[in-house]
Design a protein around this ligand. Structure first.
Ligand code: PNS
Length: 163
């Protein structure tokens, strides 16, 4: 078994991400979930620390999983956390186009291979972007996110209503 790095912006983590982590655990035995900055998504709902805290709460007691954050590149995070491989989930052809380019670049520059796992069909529509948008209006999102995240999202809408 080996160590896989699962990097993402996780703003916030949702059930599609959890599914990828479960698949990666089956394949590699150990998964380091790393909250990172995506330069294409500069403004998020949660800080890096808040995202990492929600992931840690959602995955508490899950054997083989560790939760980290890292301010730089995924290839440097792989070295830092002793990961031999990067894991990414794919929901669609659009995801593939972006992820293939990153995977090839990361391999050429850092020598780290990326393994893609397909999102389970019943979860493949879930996106952090729409979760953030709907949360602003106070709807219950517990069918899309782990319980600790659902409660943080409800605080987000309360914060918006009473700034
Ligand atoms: O959940 P996301 O937003 O799709 O995750 C994208 C993320 C954070 C994994 C990606 O932007 C990333 O790897 N960021 C770290 C910076 C990096 O390594 N850039 C070089 C890409 S080839």
């Amino acid at each position: 078994m080996s160590v896989a790095l699962y990097p993402g912006s996780f703003d916030p983590i949702h059930l599609g991400h959890i599914d990828v982590i479960e698949q990666a655990l089956e394949l590699f035995g150990t998964v380091v979930v790393v909250t990172m900055h995506n330069p294409a998504k500069p403004s998020g709902a949660f800080t890096l620390d808040e995202r990492q805290a929600m992931i840690a709460e959602s995955l508490a007691g899950c054997p083989g999983v560790s939760v980290e954050s890292f301010p730089g590149l995924a290839i440097d995070a792989a070295v830092r956390f002793g990961a031999e491989v990067i894991v990414k989930g794919l929901r669609s052809a659009t995801d593939f186009d972006v992820e293939q380019q990153m995977a090839l670049t990361n391999h050429r520059v850092g020598g780290v291979r990326t393994v893609f796992v397909p999102a389970s069909p019943e979860l493949s529509y879930i996106s952090s972007r729409y979760i953030r948008e709907i949360a602003q209006y106070g709807h219950d999102l517990s069918r899309l996110v782990p319980v600790p995240v659902a409660s943080r999202l409800s605080q987000l809408s309360a914060r918006r209503a009473n700034p």
